[in-house]
Write a protein that binds this ligand. Structure first.
Ligand SMILES: Cc1cc2nc3c(=O)[nH]c(=O)nc-3n(C[C@H](O)[C@H](O)[C@H](O)COP(=O)(O)OP(=O)(O)OC[C@H]3O[C@@H](n4cnc5c(N)ncnc54)[C@H](O)[C@@H]3O)c2cc1C
Length: 462
């Protein structure tokens, strides 16, 4: 229980209006997208980096646990205060775009800036910030960096880590550190920014982020490929990329998702459609876009595509994307509870990985619709559990464990974008050996010797 004197101290640091300790607010800050609830003992909103430093220094001296929080949209429990203590809300004050540097094509932001706000601001001046998680309308850039978020454009443009040039952050003892520079090249010292990316608030609190921007491409077109089987679609993915196509997005939906789209949403697709690939291509001249589409069409047809559709305008492109955007809600026809994982494998392994996933689903008696970012080898695997009996859920988790084992054996990993948090912590020993986990613990100790920053996440000690 957080003593009253601590709450009074936080109020004296940041002002009464920036500390919540009433029940209603504690409930409001007790969740994330895992739908699991853990109440913090107080929510504190720093106004700037100096506040963050003072709060952390005090917590370190008094052994008070801190959970940094952006928008709370994480899928793996990173922002849940599982060990009580305070939640550090970064979204209320530290939400400013500080600079858009046109000459160096760089943006400097505070961590509470919403992803979409940055995208809109830079597009107004002809630039683009490519990482666009489906949560772009509400997730924060601090949360994106801390989870190394991916998005629909990752196939061509990469993920958050590819855009982080520099960070400012506060260590558990209150020390303010700088990591990285506003330079294209920087080989001086350890890559501390690289360690902080995807560290899920366990090492330091990010207070400023410098992000690379690129020129916004002038032309974009949408496409859809319809395939008779998952195997054909998966082969088309890695063969078209290997043959030089460079689509912005290449999103996959399997036969169960196709069935759900038809039954739940009434989307019209051929009766024998067994898988879909939907995406965009872009370029600065129409010929570049035409070349991409021609390359994709040839590869898709070589891999038995029944149809290759090119959107004739933006409205048509939105229609094509409607299927992908609604893949997740539509599959609830297969079960009331969705155990959703986001495995990642080398692209050429996709056909075999999918076959193995379906075989594991069958063994445990679950349907496992799969969809996702096939262009970057990252697939959302949904073990659909019907009913909420403990026995069924336990079986579902066993199926997931087996899927993770298989994925790691194929050279893949537990998560392509959602992170580890608490949900995947029990599986860390599948992906990492004892020595590797010991190194993680040593890194954690170097940043946070008293273990006050988001303890218990990523399989690290409570
Ligand atoms: C509908 C939906 C769609 C989604 N689609 C995608 C997707 O396409 N791609 C994808 O990658 N993810 C996706 N996500 C997951 C989620 O949106 C991302 O993980 C996002 O990056 C989390 O941002 P947030 O601001 O909500 O962070 P939070 O959930 O609040 O926090 C996430 C982690 O970051 C830490 N953190 C937050 N701010 C800081 C800071 N300033 N300093 C240090 N640590 C910090 C927290 O402690 C926590 O561990 C989706 C989620 C939803 C609900």
């Amino acid at each position: 229980m957080l003593e009253k004197k601590h709450i009074a101290h936080f109020e004296s640091l940041v002002g009464k209006e920036n500390v919540y300790s009433d029940k209603a607010h504690l409930i409001a800050y007790s969740y994330d997208a895992t739908r699991t609830r853990f109440e913090p003992e107080a929510v504190v909103f720093p106004r700037d980096e100096t506040d963050v430093s003072a709060i952390l220094r005090y917590c370190n001296e008094h052994n008070i646990v801190i959970t940094p929080r952006g928008a709370g949209s994480g899928f793996t429990g990173g922002a849940l205060p599982t060990n009580g203590g305070i939640t550090l809300g970064m979204e209320k004050h530290m939400n400013k775009i500080l600079e858009i540097d046109m000459e160096n094509m760089v943006a400097v932001v505070q961590p509470g800036v919403i992803n979409m706000e940055l995208q809109k601001a830079v597009e107004e001046v002809g630039l683009m910030y490519p990482p666009d998680p489906a949560s772009e309308a509400y997730s924060t850039l601090g949360g994106n960096v801390s989870e190394n978020a991916g998005g629909m454009r990752a196939a061509k443009y990469g993920i958050t880590k590819d855009y982080v040039m520099a960070l400012r952050a506060v260590r558990a003892n209150g020390d303010i550190i700088r990591a990285g520079k506003r330079t294209i090249k920087d080989v001086a010292g350890y890559n501390t920014a690289g360690i902080l990316i995807a560290s899920e608030g366990t090492l330091a609190v990010l207070t400023e982020i410098t992000l690379k921007l690129i020129p916004k491409p002038k032309f974009t077109k949408g496409y859809m490929g319809i395939f008779p089987s998952v195997d054909d679609a998966m082969n088309a993915v890695f063969k078209s990329l290997a043959s030089g196509a460079n689509p912005v997005a290449m999103e996959f939906m399997d036969a169960l998702v196709v069935q759900a789209l038809k039954e739940k949403l009434g989307i019209e697709l051929p009766a024998d459609a067994g898988a879909l690939l939907i995406g965009d291509v872009d370029g600065n001249v129409p010929q570049e876009v035409a070349f991409e589409l021609e390359t994709l069409e040839a590869s898709f047809k070589e891999n038995n595509a029944q149809e290759f559709i090119v959107a004739h305008d933006d409205a048509h492109r939105n229609e094509l994307w409607y299927a992908r955007r609604n893949a997740s809600p539509s599959i609830t026809i297969f079960g009331s509870k969705k155990l959703n994982e986001d495995i990642s494998v080398p692209r050429s392994m996709l056909p075999d990985a999918l076959k193995n996933i379906y075989a594991i689903g069958e063994k445990y008696g679950f349907r496992v619709p799969c969809f996702g970012h096939a262009g970057d080898g990252n697939i959302h695997v949904n073990v659909m559990v019907d009913g909420s009996s403990e026995e069924e859920l336990h079986k579902g988790h066993e199926a997931i464990e087996e899927i993770f084992q298989m994925v790691v054996e194929m050279g893949g990993t537990l998560s392509g974008e959602h992170g580890i948090g608490t949900s995947k912590a029990p599986f860390m020993n599948i992906a990492f050996n004892e020595m590797e986990i010991a190194l993680f613990k040593d890194i954690k100790k170097a940043f946070d010797p008293n273990n006050i920053l988001n303890p218990g996440k990523m399989g690290l000690p409570n």
